[in-house]
Design a binder for this molecule. Structure first.
Ligand SMILES: [Zn+2]
Length: 422
């Protein structure tokens, strides 16, 4: 079906190119030239407009937003575009509502190890990288496999949002039969100081084309700009495979504040000596805005990566104030809280009590813990949506290989994706 849509675009260009040179009036060559030039200019403009609208219609349809695609095509003045409507209607009719909205899995990652030699060099950070991170090679294999197995990235608001009465409720996710929704998140995209020189990207930046890219310095000291971490690699993958994303969804990004954001030391309380503080804050805000535009959703991960479930309330409140003062101005307000260390405020019981009431007052409505032993776990009340995440890292790979409550087989084969450099 996609092929048919793009074929129509090709035919259209040929047809428009054909009609621009058909006019002639031998009686007045000068007027004729001007009129022909004008007509040809108008035809070219129309051709460009139609091509642009068609690309947008296709982008919407590739991301399964058939209603928006149909709306755009149906109201267009170009017959070539209105002709797309039946095909789009047909594709829309083939989608089905995901039958178990409370059974959507959620996988999470940390920053990717780019240079395994420097990360796994035996120093005192090496074991932590092996335990809590995956390598770029592993991540490349994982996303390929997730796509091959028909997973589609969705954002939590796609399946749970407040209804007209203001109560949290499940929403229908409409996908072609066989496709299955998946949430992805990435934690701690701060490029913490301790990671410096250990073979990770060093920051995110917005390039001159408005694209978010990583900066990465290799072992020889040469700096590269490209996709060297989860978010940029996902952006590139979705560019190539738009059907990997439901309505522009990417995933959640959990941010702390104590080392700043995205590699910029933006924390005024931690870096009072940073002479580029304002400049760094501006650069980090540009990164956040561009990422939001792409479809990423920011979450609080606390300012100081504190154990949110157990820390005393006075410290919790101090930490929250710092997050709102230093991180929120950069990434924006959020209703999502990704617990650091998976330190949830309750076990499986529904939330209640002062800790929850405090978080509710602070505007949080979506909460995420960690459970690497269950494929999907959610809890919904009128007031909040809660979901467990599976950690994708060295510890989980080892657990899977031991056969200890394995959950990853439906997503990818651990033995096939594991990096021999581990
Ligand atoms: Zn974390």
């Amino acid at each position: 079906m996609k092929f048919v849509r793009w074929m129509a675009a090709g035919i259209l260009v040929v047809a428009l190119a054909g009609c621009s040179s058909e006019q002639s009036n031998p009686q007045d060559p000068a007027n004729d030239d001007a009129a022909a030039a004008q007509a040809s200019k108008q035809a070219a403009e129309e051709e460009a407009r139609v091509a642009e609208t068609k690309a947008e219609i296709n982008r919407l349809a590739d991301g399964y937003d058939y209603s928006a695609a149909i709306k755009l095509a149906a109201k267009d003045s170009s017959e070539e575009l209105t002709k797309m409507v039946p095909g789009l209607e047909d594709e829309k009719a083939q989608t089905v509502a995901w039958e178990t909205p409370n059974q959507i899995p959620h996988l999470f990652f940390h920053s990717l190890v780019i240079d395994t030699d420097r990360a796994f060099d035996g120093d005192n950070a090496a074991q932590g990288y092996k335990d809590y991170m995956v390598t770029q090679k592993e991540f490349t294999a994982i996303i390929k496999e997730l796509y091959a197995r028909d997973f589609v990235l969705v954002n939590p608001e796609d399946f749970a949002a407040e209804d007209k009465k203001g109560n949290m409720a499940y929403r229908k996710i409409m996908l072609p039969e066989g496709k299955q929704p998946l949430v992805l998140s990435v934690d701690d995209v701060s490029y913490y100081e301790y990671m410096d020189g250990d073979g990770f990207a060093s920051k995110l930046l917005v390039d001159k084309n408005g694209k978010v890219r990583n900066e990465y310095t290799d072992a020889k000291g040469k700096t590269h700009v490209g996709a060297y971490d989860v978010t940029t690699m996902i952006d590139d993958f979705v560019d190539e495979h738009p059907d990997f994303s439901y309505r522009d969804a990417r995933g959640l990004v959990a941010m702390t504040g104590y080392n700043g954001e995205f590699g910029y030391r933006t924390s005024a309380s931690q870096y009072p000596e940073n002479k580029n503080l304002e400049k760094d804050q501006k650069a980090a805000t540009e990164v956040a805005n561009a990422m939001k535009e792409e479809g990423w959703v920011f979450a609080s991960h606390s300012w100081g990566h504190i154990a949110t479930g157990t820390v005393d309330m006075a410290r919790f409140k101090r930490d929250m104030k710092l997050w709102k003062a230093e991180v929120e101005p950069i990434v924006g307000k959020t209703e999502h809280l990704i617990y650091p260390f998976g330190s949830d405020i309750a076990h499986t019981a529904k939330y209640s009590g002062s800790r929850y009431e405090y978080l509710k007052d602070q505007g949080f409505k979506y909460f995420y813990g960690v459970d690497g032993t269950i494929r999907a776990w959610m809890q919904q009340t009128d007031n909040y949506q809660r979901q467990m995440r599976i950690n994708i890292d060295g510890l989980q790979f080892e657990k899977e290989q031991r056969g200890d409550r394995p959950v990853l087989a439906e997503f990818f084969d651990v033995d096939k994706v594991i990096d021999p450099a581990r």
